[in-house]
Design a protein around this ligand. Structure first.
Ligand SMILES: [Fe+2]
Length: 232
């Protein structure tokens, strides 16, 4: 099954949404500000939705394969925007991020971008290295369970995630800390800026390319292989 077609992705204003009935939740700006997971310097007065997560695994089309494999299929929709800086005169600011988390068990995760452009951020605490993967439609990446991760986007984007249902999401690992480098966007020069977070000591930053995993196909046709990749 072509998941992208199934999702019936539509656009309202600048943002994508799914025109299907399923459960999900959303993350709002004030929660992320209160939890100090942003490097944003400006006062935030107005709350807004930053992203939304839809769970597909309970839908008829996904139920059997999700139960059999213990793999959840989730969709994250990033809303478009950047957080303008206090004295910003040139429209530079932190891109909208997901909160970020690390898995509590040895389970990996696959991200596949199905619409838009996103930046996947991984943090290797042992190597003191942050890796950024610039991903566009069709790109995939296998996230090792050892790395905390988040996604940034400045335009609306749709991401498919395959993750074992017992992966465990530790958000407290990010709370009051954030990431070693946060991604900002300069709307004028269209440049990505990596801003160091003073809460972290020395950290390297590296860019990596997306991978070819063929995750969607494996999910439907080769459960065993998919489970193996995800550490099940
Ligand atoms: Fe994850």
């Amino acid at each position: 099954m072509d998941i992208e077609k199934f999702l019936n992705i539509k656009k309202k204003g600048r943002n994508f949404y799914l025109d299907i009935k399923t459960h999900g939740w959303n993350r709002e700006l004030l929660k992320m500000k209160d939890d100090n997971v942003l490097l944003h310097s400006n006062k935030i007065k107005k709350n807004r939705e930053i992203y939304k997560v839809y769970h597909l695994s309970e839908l008829d089309e996904f139920k059997n394969i999700s139960r059999k494999s213990s793999i959840n299929c989730d969709v994250t929709i990033m809303n478009a925007g950047i957080l303008n800086e206090k004295n910003g005169i040139n429209g530079t600011g932190e891109m909208f991020p997901t909160y970020g988390h690390i898995h509590t068990t040895q389970r990996n995760e696959i991200y596949k971008v199905i619409w838009g452009r996103t930046f996947l951020v991984l943090v290797d605490e042992d190597a003191k290295k942050e890796t950024v993967i610039d991903m566009k439609k069709g790109d995939e990446y296998l996230i090792n369970f050892k790395y905390s991760h988040r996604v940034y986007a400045f335009n609306s984007a749709v991401i498919l995630g395959f993750v074992p249902n017992d992966a465990g999401h530790d958000y407290d690992a990010i709370k009051n800390k954030g990431f070693p480098y946060h991604l900002f966007y300069d709307q004028r020069s269209k440049e990505i800026i990596f801003k160091k977070n003073k809460k972290f000591g020395n950290f390297d930053i590296a860019l990596e390319r997306p991978q070819n995993i063929d995750s969607e196909n494996l999910f439907w046709t080769n459960t065993k292989k998919m489970m193996e990749i995800l550490g099940l």
